[in-house]
Design a protein around this ligand. Structure first.
Ligand SMILES: C[S@@+](CC[C@H](N)C(=O)[O-])C[C@H]1O[C@@H](n2cnc3c(N)ncnc32)[C@H](O)[C@@H]1O
Length: 348
């Protein structure tokens, strides 16, 4: 079922009711079964019976718009205690015919203190434009998607006989605002954790908002990283090689190898070409060469011009990345929701 709440995913207004707006797929538009809950407490919605414009991307799907003016302080004061745990996360869940989707909203500690009449620590959520920059349409699920990715990483590593617990120094390369880094810290608080990215704005947010979670740094668009040779046990690079042209890809693979200790691993992702609607000439290139860089894909506001979309075939990864690393695993849709995991080991 298709369900969405519209951005912005941040509560800015202290006094007025918060205006939620969204749409949900329904089987019977005459009797829609769509509900909204804020941290477990129902917020009454108004269904407008005006369908969203879906025909282009979802032909044949029936959906209705809804909105709600929610008195957030009143709802949160009525929330079950387990939904007000610290660090606090404001979550709005839409259900339609039994299927649910939850969206997260940034709030401040000061706003929470006013709502609850006592200090409550907010879970940091990046401002909407930074979420859109790194997650596109998946914005609004910063924490939940970070947990999902961390679960998948733990499962993939365990499956290769390499439990997360054994890695003492971890680099989240292309960490953005630290979606994964924050969760890795919760799971491995003793590890020396590093996060690096080309984007000074996301790194500044991570440094200011995620506090001592990791050593967050800006790196240049090309290598080298500011880390010594053989200094990391595990490098995660989630949805980074999915955006690099081939020359930068090879340059960064070589530098990540330099930074890894011998016998240690890089866990990264690739787009599955079959799962994406590529333009015909890019599709043909992907099928023939195993790699295609879609340089005309939409640019991302705030990131350099080279940042577009790259597609990799399994054979390409085994052959080309296999010249630098031992390829331990090439998966299918097993990491970062729709992407393919690639697990690489630096030879001992
Ligand atoms: C799709 S986002 C994923 C962010 C993060 N890994 C996550 O999963 O939430 C891709 C990230 O890669 C970063 N990036 C792109 N090229 C990079 C490079 N050459 N060095 C470091 N980071 C890079 C971008 O700035 C962006 O934050």
């Amino acid at each position: 079922m298709l369900i969405t709440l519209d951005p912005p995913f941040a509560v800015e207004d202290d006094d007025a009711p918060f205006h939620f707006r969204g749409w949900a797929q329904v089987t019977d538009p005459a009797a829609p079964d769509t509900r909204l809950h804020v941290n477990g407490v129902e917020a009454p919605i108004v269904v407008t019976h005006r369908p969203p414009r879906l025909a282009e991307f979802h032909p044949g799907v029936e959906a209705l718009r809804f909105h709600a003016d929610a008195d957030l302080p009143a709802l949160l004061r009525a929330a079950p205690a387990e939904r007000v745990r610290e660090p606090f996360l404001l979550e709005a869940t839409v259900t339609t015919e039994g299927r649910a989707r939850t969206f997260e909203y940034a709030v401040t500690d000061a706003w929470l203190a006013r709502v609850f009449g006592r200090p409550v620590r907010a879970r940091p959520v990046p401002p909407p434009h930074l979420q859109v920059r790194v997650a596109g349409a998946a914005a609004g699920q910063f924490h939940a998607s970070g947990v999902r990715v961390a679960d998948q990483i733990e499962a993939l590593l365990a499956g290769a006989g390499l439990p997360l617990a054994r890695f003492g120094s971890i680099l989240d390369f292309g960490c953005g605002p630290g979606r994964l880094t924050a969760i890795l810290h919760e799971r491995r608080p003793d590890a020396a954790l590093h996060g690096s990215d080309i984007d000074p704005e996301t790194i500044a947010w991570a440094q200011a908002s995620l506090g001592g979670v990791a050593d967050f740094r800006v790196n240049p668009p090309g290598p080298p990283l500011p880390f010594p040779d053989a200094s990391m046990d595990l490098i995660c690079a989630i949805s980074v090689f999915t955006h690099l042209p081939e020359d930068l890809q090879f340059a960064w693979l070589a530098d990540l190898k330099r930074v890894l200790r011998p016998g240690c691993v890089l866990l990264t992702t690739k787009l599955n070409a079959a799962a994406y609607d590529l333009p015909p000439q890019v599709k043909a290139e992907a099928a023939e060469a195993g790699f295609a860089f879609w340089g005309e894909a939409a640019a991302t506001d705030g990131l350099p011009g080279f940042y577009r979309l790259a597609y990799h075939g399994d054979d390409y990864v085994r052959r080309e990345w296999g010249r630098l690393f031992e390829v331990l695993h090439v998966g299918a849709h097993d990491l970062n929701d729709t992407q393919d995991a690639v697990l690489l080991r630096k030879p001992s």
